[in-house]
Design a protein around this ligand. Structure first.
Ligand code: ADP
Ligand code: ASP
Ligand code: MG
Length: 417
């Protein structure tokens, strides 16, 4: 007998039929003798609708109220799944984040989980033989008693955090694809499913835009060495042997992975914006005069490129920020104009970041150089480049995203036969 967390994303609970299907998946594991905690997302599209309503009432809404509103989607699915389970003879009870409680920071809309008391859940498993159906994506900031949410895609993080708290054997993430692929299979049909991916590589894939797992969930998995298994909720529950090995991708520590590739996968993100601050005097302290105010405004700067301006005397600083922070970043730089001393700002929002990830890059030279050559053959202009130990990223025009991803996917031999 084992202990499992099963997490079901938005498409997996999109309507009552899908929720009934989820109940069958849960029943299968319960019948096999496992103790099960289930984490659910809101029905697909629900969170987007709730977010849009907040913005419609006021674009500059109070983050505490935003959280109160958007957390509601998950409450509905948790209750519905508990009923669906009871209907097929499985004892189940739904739990809202604050009832567990899932204690978080007060960073509303992107709170971090601080603590979950897993012992209470374990005790209930033992005493009541009951499936816990937990609303994902949410928690409580105890000192203020306010509901918080964990950022978009946060149910993955709820699931892994609960798995760690109850010392589960595994955290199963059921979604609308049957695993993690070499790149988004909806963009590149030739993408291949991977059997295993190392935490480190998955962390890079997720943080560079592969939204199949929220970044924070992978971080937690790595910290607690909690195996995460990404699999499809669309596989028929009755066809699955609970003791067999279903199709899916295991995210685990690097030591457990025998085969290693130079490039593991490619991720992309269209939610980027580029800002170029032109003709700044080239002297010590200039970078600080730009990036300190941005940091104080809580804006994450990603790629940074510095080069000589057209006039040959001054310098240009180009950087990227998340598209959602674009307007605020521009305002922040404009407000600091006197201190920075620049001629003008140029900016673009039709940019995308394409990232190539692989732990083999540590020991192989020239991996990025191959990409630059292949992209130039396709006439794709590179606006900025960043590299780190196991990845490199290029910033390009959004219109070329799919072409660039497919070109690189083929270049690194990732296409399936
Ligand atoms: P859920 O609602 O279950 O949380 P998401 O939409 O958040 O599902 O994540 C699943 C989606 O992630 C897939 O439909 C797929 O389009 C996308 N995706 C992006 N990159 C990858 C990848 N490398 N492997 C698998 N799926 C990916
Ligand atoms: N419902 C939330 C969202 O759409 C959380 C999740 O699905 O993981 O972002
Ligand atoms: Mg998701």
């Amino acid at each position: 007998m084992g202990r499992l967390v099963m997490k079901f994303g938005g498409t997996s609970v999109a309507n009552i039929d899908r929720i009934r299907n989820v109940a069958q998946h849960v029943k299968r594991e319960v019948d096999a003798g496992h103790e099960v905690a289930v984490v659910v997302s809101a029905m697909s599209g629900k969170t987007n609708e709730l977010v849009a309503w907040c913005t419609e009432v006021s674009p500059m809404h109070d983050a505490r109220e935003y959280d109160a509103i958007v957390a509601s989607g998950e409450l509905v699915t948790a209750g519905l799944l508990a009923i669906a389970l009871q209907t097929i003879g499985i004892q189940a009870r739904s739990w809202q984040g604050w009832q567990i409680p899932i204690k978080t920071s007060d960073a509303h809309a992107s709170a971090r989980i601080d603590e979950i008391d897993g012992d209470k859940l374990i005790k209930r498993f033992k005493e009541r033989k009951e499936v816990a159906v937990i609303a994902g994506f949410q928690g409580i900031h105890e000192p203020t008693g306010r509901v918080t949410t964990l950022g978009r895609g946060g149910s993955d993080t709820s699931a892994v955090a609960i798995a760690a708290a109850i010392k589960a054997d595994r955290c199963d993430i059921y979604t609308d694809v049957d695993g993690v692929y070499t790149t988004d299979p909806r963009v590149v049909p030739k993408a291949q499913r991977m059997n295993k991916v190392a935490f480190e590589e998955m962390l890079e894939l997720a943080s560079q835009g592969a939204k199949v797992l929220q970044v924070r969930s992978v971080e937690l998995g790595m910290t607690h060495n909690m195996p995460i298994f990404v699999r499809s909720s669309f596989d028929k529950p009755e066809d699955i042997d609970p003791h067999g090995t279903p199709p899916g991708t295991l995210i685990c520590s690097e030591e457990e992975i025998m085969e290693s590739h130079v490039v593991t996968g490619i991720a992309f993100s269209k939610d980027e914006a580029q800002i170029s601050v032109r003709q700044i005097e080239d002297k010590p302290g200039v970078a600080a005069s730009i990036f300190v105010p941005l940091a104080e405004a809580n804006i994450n700067v990603d790629m940074i490129v510095q080069n000589v301006s057209e006039d040959g005397k001054t310098t240009d600083l180009t950087f990227t920020v998340p598209a959602t922070d674009y307007a605020r970043a521009k305002e922040t730089i404009t407000a600091a104009k006197a201190k920075i001393g620049y001629a003008r700002i140029d900016s673009a929002t039709d940019v995308a970041k394409v990232s190539v990830i692989g732990s083999g890059m540590r020991s192989h030279a020239g991996v990025a150089a191959q990409a630059f050559a292949a992209l130039s053959e396709r006439q794709i202009n590179i606006r900025a480049i960043t590299t780190s130990e196991i990845k490199f990223s290029v910033l390009i025009d959004t219109a070329y995203t799919e072409l660039a991803v497919r070109t690189l996917h083929t270049l690194y031999g990732l296409d399936k036969a």
